[in-house]
Design a binder for this molecule. Sequence first.
Ligand SMILES: Nc1ncnc2c1ncn2[C@@H]1O[C@H](COP(=O)(O)OP(=O)(O)OP(=O)(O)O)[C@@H](O)[C@H]1O
Ligand SMILES: [Mg+2]
Length: 247
Amino acid sequence: MDMIRFEHVTKSFGENCILDDFCLQVQEGEFLTVIGKSGCGKTTMLKLINGLLTPESGQIIVEGKDLAETGLVELRRRIGYVIQNGGIFPHMTVEKNITYVPVISGRKNRAENHRLALRLLGTVGLEEEMAGRYPSELSGGQQQRVGIARALAAEPRILLMDEPFGALDEITRQTMQDEILRLQKELKLTIVFITHDIREAMKLGDRMLVMEQGKVRQMDTPEHIRQNPADEFVRKLMKGALDADYK
Ligand SMILES: Nc1ncnc2c1ncn2[C@@H]1O[C@H](COP(=O)(O)OP(=O)(O)OP(=O)(O)O)[C@@H](O)[C@H]1O
Ligand SMILES: [Mg+2]
């Protein structure tokens, strides 16, 4: 089943057409990585999936339902959203951050929420004693894990990740990459993951989407794209990975 589908979607800001006749299919349980130059429309595409933005024309279908007919609250419960630095609230403890979505959705039982927070800390590999800390008392990698725990709190089936590991050092980044692959398999998540790092895109993606100026330039398995780049743009992009130690 297609978990996410774009059918001839157009999105503009004023005069600027950002996505133009954009079509996309993401299958259930798939890990799709998205790569493309700054400003090509990656974040815009992601925000259309969780209803932060709406298209001018075309349809976006998530789990078989047209977004135009889906309530935002329902959508937020089904879709987790993770951005760079976790996007966590600085004035809230780790526990409050993690249980934010369940609480605003009406889940008020404190003991239950506490248990949920502790369980999710374990899921993302953090110590339980971190529940009472504030984000400023955590490292960048730990904050990023809290961001992922928060996105998982509503038990979504879809995770949208916008350059989530961009600010991390190489070692932490690799640990987080392995962690997210593990979580994806364990929770059977469908993930759309934006990155500027071609090696990250190839390592994580079942398929890779290469975007250029609001269009799908190529979408295929990393291996196939590496062997058959659609054009010069993709060839150049892949060259970085070929020059590196990707096997
Ligand atoms: N709310 C907005 N109002 C007007 N223009 C916008 C808005 N959001 C994005 N844009 C423009 O849309 C284009 C695509 O932006 P988008 O954030 O999708 O790019 P991106 O591919 O995510 O880039 P980056 O890799 O730098 O994050 C850019 O030219 C941007 O300036
Ligand atoms: Mg972006």
